[in-house]
Design a protein around this ligand. Structure first.
Ligand code: NAD
Ligand code: TYD
Length: 354
């Protein structure tokens, strides 16, 4: 089996669902179930013996040691993290605890387990660390896209904590020989995305008749990748990636935020027109910018294409249409995640911006 951490979050749950749809190899899913973890994402796996869920923290060494000894995975994929930049600005502590200390503890437990394997299993074992393009910092409008050789120049508490975890993973290879792989991916979007991030927030607010908050001038650029394409890239790196290598993953889809918001509004105008006939674009509201807001991210994903033959299957146009349709068809999921804690966060983040 494989061990997936953070498999009840957005990307992790998409990964687990896709994995079990493709293979019978079981998944041990370790997730703390923070506000971002949601077992409802995995409801379709209820009763499926191939999915073993354990609620727990990647920083809990005792739990990790016993899970590894008991289940003997052939690979560990680390998705678990605090992942939202705005939350890291309001409270960096959890980000250091999970993304840095938690990753270190996970690496330590995995190393001890890996050393206990026989030589054949040790050679085949992999630790795959799921990271972000945000570790590379911000690009000027004309700079070339990030390659794996870019320096890590993180600017937010979130990206700094992810960069620290990337360094730890590298160190566990060089110092202890642990067979690691790292992926640095651009902004994901798709089903099961928690509506604190831009795309699901815009869909959910639009349908609720609420303002669509665009930070600053809305001209910050991100590269966007449909989440299922990220999952296929991770599967491919796990299968064929060279030990110790970093693989940048991206969608070749650089877009300013305001274009993303306009695209979502246009799709909603077509698929679920407002009662009064006006466009959802009339709800767009420019609000105070994020402090230290990175201006542009862009990923050069040619290494993973050249070496491993991976390319995204979705264009932005096909992926965003599927995403909007998914939210329209899964209103109950949205209602369930909008708990009291969610409403508190919306108040914390947006009250002072208007
Ligand atoms: P998410 O916030 O939706 O999910 C994170 C999951 O990790 C949640 O289920 C949460 O309960 C769990 N978790 C948090 N702390 C934990 C801990 N201490 N122990 C165990 N589980 C814990 O995040 P996501 O968007 O699914 O991102 C997954 C990974 O991919 C993260 O490492 C993130 O940095 C990386 N990434 C995300 C994006 C993106 O656009 N969302 C892009 C590139 C890379
Ligand atoms: P987000 O989805 O939080 O991802 P990240 O910060 O990791 O890139 O934000 C994507 C972009 O959208 C980012 O430039 C910030 C911007 N943004 C808004 O303009 N309004 C919002 O309400 C949010 C949450 C983000």
């Amino acid at each position: 089996m494989i061990l997936v951490t953070g498999g009840a979050g957005f990307i992790g749950s998409n990964f687990v669902l896709d994995w079990l749809a493709r293979t019978d190899e079981a998944v041990l899913n370790l997730d703390k179930l923070t506000y971002a973890g949601n077992l409802e994402n995995l409801a379709s796996l209820q009763g499926d013996a191939r999915h073993v869920f354990v609620q727990g923290d990647i920083g809990d060494s005792t739990l990790l040691d016993s899970l590894l000894t008991q289940h003997r995975p052939r690979a560990v994929l680390n998705f678990a993290a605090e992942s939202h930049v705005d939350r890291s600005i309001h409270g960096p502590e959890d980000f250091i605890q999970t993304n840095v200390v938690g990753t270190m503890r996970l690496l330590q437990s995995v190393r001890a387990y890996w050393q206990s394997l026989d030589e054949k299993q040790r050679t085949a074992f992999r630790f795959l660390h799921v990271s972000t393009d945000e570790v590379y910092g911000s690009l000027s409008p004309t700079a070339p896209a990030f390659t794996e050789n870019n320096k890590l120049e993180p600017n937010s508490p979130y990206s700094a904590s992810k960069a620290a975890s990337d360094h730890l993973v590298r160190a566990w290879l060089h110092t202890y020989g642990l067979p690691v792989l790292t992926t640095n991916c651009s902004n994901n979007y798709g089903p099961l995305h928690f509506p604190e991030k831009l795309i699901p927030l815009i869909i959910v607010n639009a349908l609720a008749g609420k303002p669509l908050p665009v930070y600053g001038d809305g001209l910050q650029i991100r590269d966007w990748l449909y989440v299922k394409d990220h999952c296929s890239a991770i599967r491919r790196v796990l299968e064929a990636g060279r030990v110790g290598e970093i693989y940048n993953v991206g969608g070749w889809n650089e877009k300013p935020n305001i274009d993303i918001v306009n695209t979502v509004c246009t799709l909603l105008d077509e698929l679920r027109p407002r009662g009064d006939g006006a466009s959802y674009k009339t709800q767009i509201s420019y609000v105070q910018d994020r402090p230290g807001h990175d201006r542009r991210y862009a990923i050069d994903a040619s290494k993973i294409e050249r070496e491993l033959g991976w390319r995204p299957a979705e264009t932005f146009e096909s992926g965003i249409r599927k995403t909007v349709q998914w939210y329209l068809e899964n209103q109950a999921w949205v209602t369930h995640v909008q708990s009291g804690a969610y409403r508190d966060w919306v108040q914390t983040n947006y009250a002072r911006r208007s």
